[in-house]
Design a protein around this ligand. Structure first.
Ligand code: GLC
Length: 509
């Protein structure tokens, strides 16, 4: 049986066909929030009648995790042959929520140990420009190809790894509409001129109006300059990236395209992140029994991690060890943090130097007060969100951030630096918000030791009062972070492009 025959009727025939293109998609391959979005947005779109599908590089072992696989196309480019495997990705929610996926396979480029960007030792693959350049070019060809595949009306590119497809598509008069979503402007895919030439980009794209960026080639800039619309993952970040402070050198280009730049808040997969059914946590709970539920999860986690089993407040950090996330500020504040009446748990991986510094912190700190796990562990992340009282997010910038959304759903109170999507999704417990019953967490202003200490102290002070703690938990758990609203926003954007988009190359070409 081929899946096409048993797909639900609302998705067949006239529904809008959209191809999402990305380097990651949960649960197939994940290093960060990008994967969660690419794993959940297309499913939410399918629920509202859009035929959304996903294109990914065919990393090692992925095709075995799909069902009903078959080869639907192949392309020769840059001396490589890429073949496209179509298959279905199962969902925890049953067969109606299966997602069609296209794997762009080429063993020399993608069948490797490690994660999408690094080898098993943590070193970046030296040929990432070629790997993602070929992927993006092949996706553009696939989107135009009228064979036994899928002809999208709209191609939705995510981040730098997919963005060159916008440039390739722009040269085609009969092309689909193109949207590029910026999940993080700090990662642009910057390469030298030689690489630009090797990838076969036309010479005219070596221009500040196209892909040239201060003497280098920027993959992401292709998405900004050549797409019909650009989105980013929160309204706050959409404003910030038009300023020199947050614009990573592209603020001028983004200001020039301000009319086509939209901030659409990420949603979360509420089936994967649900304390009522989460298979990874020790005790299930709802808003009605959150106090008992969280304390059971806390004892279980304390035991598992070797922390003292006690009612002491538990403060957590989960995230990448990168400058963006401000984990270094936790290290810088560690002595003062240890003096507070709290336990700490850190689940993080990333920069080698930071990883070593956290390992040293773990060595020196009392093991019954501090637990540090330097790895990517999805199951442990669920357990921590169910167990912790506060989730500290000291980001220097944050396009959206998903952990504060997961935290609120699990009754864990976020303590966040007020920036980007954190600002948009956590309501600070100031007097007015507390009085109105709207407060869900704590904001702090400065990305420094003082800011972090202020935030953690304020969080501890608030939860020391049970009524205030319960208010913050309840308001967080009652917030709706599902994709329902944002999936509609994307649909409206898609429709506006279908109606008004001029056929043919953009002015930038
Ligand atoms: C990136 C951003 C993060 C965002 C995620 C998904 O990881 O850093 O803020 O939530 O992408 O859009």
């Amino acid at each position: 049986m081929r899946y096409k025959e048993d797909s639900t009727p609302s998705l067949s025939g006239t529904s809008m066909k959209v191809l999402h293109v990305a380097a990651e998609c949960f649960p197939l391959v994940k290093t960060g929030g990008l994967a969660d979005v690419v794993g959940s947005l297309p499913r939410a779109q399918r629920r509202i009648g859009i035929d959304a599908r996903v294109a990914l590089p065919g990393y090692r072992g992925l095709s075995r995790r799909l069902e009903f696989t078959r080869t639907v196309a192949s392309f020769d480019l840059q001396g490589f042959q890429l073949s496209v495997t179509e298959g279905m990705l199962n969902s925890v929610e049953g067969p109606e929520q299966r997602l069609p996926v296209y794997l762009f396979e080429c063993p020399e480029l993608y069948d490797r140990a490690g994660d999408p960007y690094r080898d098993a030792e943590g070193n970046e693959h030296p040929d990432n420009a070629l790997r993602f350049g070929c992927f993006a070019e092949a996706v553009a060809r696939f989107a135009l190809h009228r064979g036994d595949g899928f002809s999208p009306a709209l191609v939705h590119l995510h981040d730098w790894q997919a963005a060159p497809a916008a440039a390739w598509l722009s040269t085609q008069p009969q092309r689909p509409a193109v949207v590029t979503t910026i999940h993080n402007l700090a990662y642009q895919g910057l390469f030298d001129y030689r690489t630009f030439q090797q990838l076969g980009f036309p010479e005219r794209w070596w221009s500040p109006q196209a892909m040239e960026f201060w003497g280098r080639c920027s993959f992401l800039k292709a998405g900004i300059q050549f797409s019909d619309a650009i989105t980013t993952v929160s309204p706050g970040y959409a404003r910030e990236i038009r300023t020199p402070e947050y614009g990573c050198g592209l603020d001028g280009n983004l200001r020039a395209r301000a009319a086509d730049l939209h901030g659409i808040l990420n949603g979360i997969d509420t089936a994967v992140w649900d304390p009522q059914t989460d298979p990874f946590i020790a005790a299930h709970y709802t808003a009605g029994d959150v106090v008992i539920g969280k304390s059971a999860n806390k004892s279980a986690l304390q035991e598992e991690l070797g922390l003292a089993v006690s009612a002491r407040p538990l403060v957590a950090f989960i995230g990448r060890l990168a400058d963006q996330k401000g984990a270094d500020l936790i290290l810088a504040a560690r002595e003062e943090l240890l003096r507070l009446d709290a336990q700490y748990v850190v689940l993080a991986t990333g920069d080698r130097a930071l990883q070593e510094a956290f390992a040293a912190f773990a060595e020196a700190a009392p093991t019954d007060q501090v637990a540090i796990r330097l790895l990517h562990d999805e199951v442990l992340a669920h357990k921590i969100l169910a167990a912790a009282d506060l989730l500290l997010i000291p980001s220097r910038f944050e396009p959206c951030g998903l952990n504060q959304l997961y935290a609120q759903r699990y009754g864990t109170i976020p303590v966040v630096r007020s920036t980007g999507g954190l600002n948009d999704t956590v309501v600070d417990a100031d007097t007015a918000a507390l009085a109105a019953g709207r407060a869900t967490g704590v904001h702090f202003r400065d990305a420094d030791v003082g800011g972090v200490l202020y935030g953690v102290r304020r969080g501890l002070e608030l939860i020391a009062d049970e009524a205030t703690r319960d208010h913050l938990r309840q308001a967080g758990m009652a917030s709706d972070f599902s994709w329902l609203r944002s999936a509609g926003d994307y649909r409206n954007l898609y429709r506006s492009l279908q109606e008004t988009r001029p056929r043919g190359p953009l002015a930038a070409d």
